[in-house]
Every structure is written in structure tokens, then in C-alpha cells.
Design a protein around this ligand. Structure first.
Ligand code: AGP
Length: 613
């Protein structure tokens, strides 16, 4: 959630850091700050509020120097204000630090340091780290050693970047545990460091991802990586291909709107290179799946959070139907603590846009500990979920900036579809004709998505129906039950309207009591195996005065006659239908929030990447 940027080199560090922070705005934050080494001193500007405000502070009192760090903070300890904003200085003023993570033993360390006479300047847990470094500097006189000693005392998962006015030729970055990613960008006579790649992509494509429990010593001309015990370790550079222009809003008003529209491209890219239509074959090389291994798999777990979890629910139906392998889907934060029974020949698939979600990473570790093979479906290349796994599928969506996930929902649906076909093929359980049919059904998918996108105005036109609405019910069945969950989540997170999703068949067991004319019902009712059932449930709701807005396939007169409004979508092969049914619901949430004048790309209380528990 917090963003970190650092620079060391011949250029003026201030604009590089401020622009880098701006590129991380999508992560969500409530305060921002910068520290620059200038003429023997460390100068800091920081405050609550947006980065534009930090720009104002810096132009009112300019900062110039060749070494610096910046930070966007998402408050965990202490309210968002100038005192609690990062960077934090040690009590002597010689060390300054930015941090991503939560110091779990903060209270013990705080009391210990206070008893030693340290006078804390903030209410943050972060300040204990910089004060610990100060404590160890007094005895060792080496910043690296002091950082190593301090880090060995703190519990939790962390990413930090620190520098000292006594060693103004270097930045020290460290990563402890699975949260707090740290990436070093290699330049020519200059180096960069950040919590996320987009912050530094404008300057370099050469990246080194720091592994957990490692410290990086970064000077303009060198990079050295050590363990916490000071042993030097080898590092590997990766070339990154993401285009920073792809991270711009372009012609759209919000990233969310742009990303909804990018789904034709992401569908095409997801299919491209992986599907051989002539032979009806799928190839997913990064998953490293052999026929021998595929035939031994007894069970699959899918672990994920939020939108990615909803994609997993669709994945269960796809894998069970196509590959006949039993699948359990778990919310990652539950899986990690529920002591799951993992028998031999189990595969656990983690789905994560960011690849840095703490709960998902912990669930992966739990599965690994119990002997499961690990696969991941991730969007962020080089992320931890990708690196922890034995094999991975990359989402091919490009960076997703809007906090509300859209294209990173539909891409894994297709990834799971491809995986299900591949598994079935390698296990010899899929009749050839059916395999050809399933593969062939992918051909039209980008076009079907395009048709849904062209109908944005029709969705926009009904957004006014929600002007005075404060509750909403989403109903679905079968493979589109997860569509109802995902549609409701989209509405909740960006429009702040309470929305609940229910399997339509469950209504009679209680929730039907809620129905009256003030509760709009969004019924997901494409022409599939469950269409008849949805019709009868819509009828029951209608009889109780509910206002019905249906998602239905073009020409479905029966649904039309029962609904107040219909959002039409083209007929889609049923196993792929969740890709098209969700699009009007993404637009609906977007336009309702837009009409309410809300901050769509950065909704309140939310962050793009949830790297803490
Ligand atoms: C989606 O709109 C959400 N903002 C959220 O539920 C998200 O999907 C969840 O936090 C998981 O993130 P991940 O895919 O990066 O792991």
C-alpha cells in the first residue's frame, strides 16, 4: 500500500522522486513526503494529503540534491498528518528512513527505546526502526551494520529504504518477509529504488528484485546485495518490457473506464500465442506442466482475495467441468489459518493481480509447507506470487491502475479456461471434438467483449435509477453466481452503495424478506443452463414489487417482459459467459460512482495492493 521511491546519482533527485511517487498514486495513500541530502544536511518536506500538495510544499521551499527518498503513506499507526508522514528522522537527525509494512513488536521496541531516553517524534511504528538504527550506529559507525542489527529485531514483513548524512554516497534498501516488495532500477552512473516498477520505468528497464531477508547497498555506480548477516549474494538483472505510456489515462476520464475498455486487447493478448486453433491445442509454457504430472493431480485448491477470489470461483466450475479434477476455492486470509488438508498430488493456484497481496502470499506458503505444488496467475511480472510459484500464468493485461479491478478479473477467467483445457488434454479425458469446440469458442471472445464495450452508453443511461438507492441485491446462478459477487463488489467499492450478492436459489431461505419496491435487483440471466431457474426467481421478486434490472442475451423476450430494464449482451459460449456478463456491471458501478462525483480510481479506505494482513 505504501509507495517508496529513492534515487542516487548525478541528477537532481527531487523531480525524479516526486514523479515516481506520482506514478504510485494508484496504490492508495493518505500522506506523502520526501527527504533530500543537501549540503551536509537532510531536508524533509511531508504532509497529509495528495502528492500535488507535496509538489506545492517543495515549490514553496525548494529542495535540491543527488540523494533522496520519498514515500506515500497509508496510515496504520497514527493518523495521517505531517508528523506521522514519512520519511522519519532518527533523534540525532543523521539517519532518515521510509518504510512499507507493520512492525508487529512495535510496542515492546518503543517502550525499550523510550526507557533508553529516545524521544519519539511521531505515533508511527516506523519510527522505532530508524531509532533502532540510530542506537546501533552509535556502537558500529557503519550504516549497513546498524541496519542489519535493527532489522534483526523487528517482527513482521517490511520494505525499507534509508540513508545517512554521514555516508551520503549511498542508499540502503532492505526487504524482510513477503510484504514490502523492493526493486532496484539500474541506470548508467545512477541507480533507483522503488516499491513498484512503475515508479522507475521512465528511467530504466533494468531491474533487480530484492529477495526477502536481503539488504541492497546502492551507490551511483554499484549495487551490492547482502544477507542480514553480511554475506554477499549474487543478483540477477531482469529486463522489463512494460511501457509507461500504457499507464497513462489517455482519452478516458478515469483509469477504471480505460481499463474496462482495454479488455478487448487483454482478451486478445491472453489468447495470442497460447492457442493453436488449427490443432485445437493450448500451450502455457510457464506452468511447466507435463502429461505425467497432469495425470497425477488429485485435487486443486484456488486461493485469492477479492476480485481474484471471484475469478477463482469461476475457475472451479471450469476445471471441474472440463478437466474433471475436484477444486476447492478459498479466500486466502481464511485458508492460511484453517489448517487445510493437503494430500499428495495437490496443486494450489494463487490468483493475484498485484502478486503482492499479503494474505495470498501467506496462503501460498501454507500450501507449500503442506507439500502442495504451487502455481500462480499474476499480472505483475516479477512479483512475489510469480516467483514463489513452481509455475505461473501471466495475465497479459498490462498495469492495472484503478483500484477497482476490471481487466484483471476477466483475464484470469480466460487463463483458467485455457488451463482447464490443457489439464484435460494432458490427462486424456477430453474428447477431441469437444477440445476443438472449446478452443474454437475462444476465437470470437474479443469480438463479443467489444460488442459489450460498445454498449457503454446504454448502461450510462440507467445510472440515474440509482440516484437515491442505498441498497442493492445481485442475483445469479451457476457459472454466473461469481458474476453477481463481483458486480456487487464493484458497486460497493467505488459507489459506496451497500450491495449484496446471493445465489438466486437461496432467496426463499431468507433474503426474500428484504424485497420491496425500494430494493433494486440486478439479475444475471444469460441463456444458459440456469436461465429457466433465473426466470422463475425473477418472477418471484417481481411479484413482491422489486425493480428488476437484468443482464440478458440479445433477443431474450421472456427476460425482457419481466424486467424494468435490460442490459443486453451478445450470446457467449456458456463457459466463457462470465467474461461478457461482468462488463455491463463494471460500467454500471463506474457510471453510478461517476454520477455521484466520487473518486473512482482511488476510492476511500482502499489501496490497490494490500501488502499487510
Ligand atoms: C478489486 O476491485 C479489489 N480492489 C480487491 O478486491 C482486489 O481484487 C484484492 O485486494 C486482491 O488483489 P490482488 O489481485 O492484487 O491479489
Amino acid at each position: 500500500m505504501c509507495g517508496i521511491v529513492g534515487y542516487v546519482g548525478p541528477r537532481d533527485a527531487t523531480p525524479i522522486i516526486l514523479q515516481g511517487l506520482q506514478r504510485l498514486e494508484y496504490r492508495g495513500y493518505d500522506s506523502a513526503g520526501i527527504a533530500i541530502y543537501s549540503q551536509g544536511e537532510i531536508e524533509i518536506r511531508r504532509d497529509a494529503g495528495k502528492i500535488s500538495h507535496l509538489f506545492d510544499l517543495v515549490s514553496a521551499a525548494p529542495l535540491h540534491g543527488h540523494l533522496g527518498i520519498g514515500h506515500t503513506r497509508w496510515a496504520t499507526h497514527g493518523e495521517p498528518n505531517a508528523r506521522n508522514a514519512h520519511p522519519h528522522l532518527s533523534s540525532s537527525g543523521r539517519v532518515v528512513l521510509v518504510h512499507n509494512g507493520i512492525v508487529e513488536n512495535y510496542h515492546t521496541l518503543h517502550d525499550e527505546l523510550e526507557a533508553e531516553g529516545v524521544h519519539f517524534q511521531s505515533e508511527t511504528d516506523t519510527e522505532v526502526i530508524v531509532q533502532l538504527i540510530e542506537r546501533y550506529l552509535s556502537s558500529s559507525n557503519s550504516l549497513v551494520t546498524a541496519v542489519q542489527k535493527a532489522l534483526s529485531e523487528i517482527q513482521g514483513a517490511h520494505g525499507i529504504v534509508v540513508f545517512s548524512r554521514d555516508e551520503p554516497d549511498k542508499l540502503i534498501a532492505a526487504r524482510i518477509g513477503n510484504a514490502g516488495g523492493v526493486v532496484i532500477g539500474l541506470g548508467d552512473g545512477e541507480n533507483f529504488v522503488a516499491s513498484d516498477l512503475p515508479a522507475i520505468l521512465e528511467y530504466t528497464r533494468r531491474a533487480v528484485f530484492l529477495d526477502p531477508q536481503k539488504i541492497a547497498i546502492i551507490t551511483p555506480a554499484s549495487l551490492q546485495i547482502q544477507t542480514l548477516n553480511g554475506e554477499i549474494v549474487n543478483w540477477k538483472e531482469q529486463h522489463v518490457t512494460w511501457d509507461p505510456i500504457a499507464a497513462e489515462k489517455g482519452e478516458y476520464q478515469h483509469f477504471m473506464q480505460k481499463e474496462i475498455h482495454e479488455q478487448v486487447r487483454s482478451m486478445t493478448d491472453t489468447i495470442a500465442g497460447r492457442v493453436n486453433f488449427s490443432f485445437g491445442k493450448i500451450s502455457l509454457p510457464e506452468i511447466q506442466l507435463t502429461p505425467e504430472f497432469a495425470q497425477t493431480i488429485h485435487k486443486i485448491f484456488i486461493v485469492a482475495c477479492g476480485t481474484a477470489y471471484h475469478a477463482g470461483l469461476v475457475g472451479k466450475i471450469l476445471i471441474e467441468r472440463i478437466a474433471h479434477i475436484p477444486v476447492e476455492v478459498d479466500i486466502a486470509s481464511e485458508f492460511r489459518y484453517r489448517d487445510p488438508i493437503i494430500e499428495p498430488n495437490t496443486v494450489t493456484i494463487a490468483i493475484s493481480q498485484s502478486g503482492e497481496t499479503a494474505d495470498t502470499l501467506a496462503a501460498m506458503e501454507e500450501a507449500r509447507k503442506k507439500g502442495s505444488t504451487l502455481w500462480s496467475i499474476v499480472n505483475a511480472i516479477g512479483s512475489q506470487a510469480m516467483r514463489l510459484a513452481d509455475g505461473f500464468i501471466s495475465m497479459q493485461c498490462g498495469p492495472e491502475i484503478g483500484v477497482a479491478s476490471t481487466k484483471a478479473y476477466t483475464a484470469p477467467l480466460v487463463d483458467l479456461y485455457l488451463l482447464a483445457i490443457l489439464l484435460a488434454d494432458l490427462r486424456n479425458t477430453l474428447p477431441t471434438q469437444m477440445r476443438y469446440q472449446l478452443v474454437n469458442d475462444l476465437r470470437r471472445l474479443p469480438n463479443l467483449v467489444g460488442i459489450c464495450l460498445d454498449r457503454e452508453t446504454e448502461v450510462q443511461e440507467i445510472a440515474h435509477l440509482f440516484t437515491d438507492v442505498s441498497n442493492c441485491l445481485y442475483l445469479g446462478r451457476g457459472i454466473n453466481m461469481p458474476t453477481a459477487y463481483e458486480g456487487a463488489l464493484k458497486l460497493k467499492e467505488i459507489s459506496y452503495i451497500h450491495a449484496e450478492a446471493y445465489p438466486a436459489g437461496e432467496m426463499k431461505h431468507g433474503p426474500i424478506a428484504l424485497i420491496d419496491k425500494n430494493l433494486p435487483i440486478i439479475a444475471i440471466a444469460p441463456k444458459d443452463l440456469w436461465n429457466e431457474k433465473m426466470v422463475s426467481q425473477i418472477e418471484q421478486a417481481k411479484a413482491r414489487g422489486a425493480k428488476i434490472i437484468s443482464i440478458a442475451n440479445d433477443g431474450d423476450e421472456r427476460i425482457k417482459s419481466l424486467s424494468d430494464r435490460v442490459l443486453w449482451i451478445p450470446q457467449t459460449p456458456w463457459l466463457l459467459s462470465p467474461v461478457t456478463t461482468i462488463i455491463p456491471l463494471q460500467f454500471l458501478a463506474y457510471h453510478i460512482a461517476h454520477q455521484r462525483g466520487l473518486d473512482i480510481d482511488q476510492p476511500r479506505n482502499l489501496a490497490k495492493s494490500v501488502t499487510v494482513e
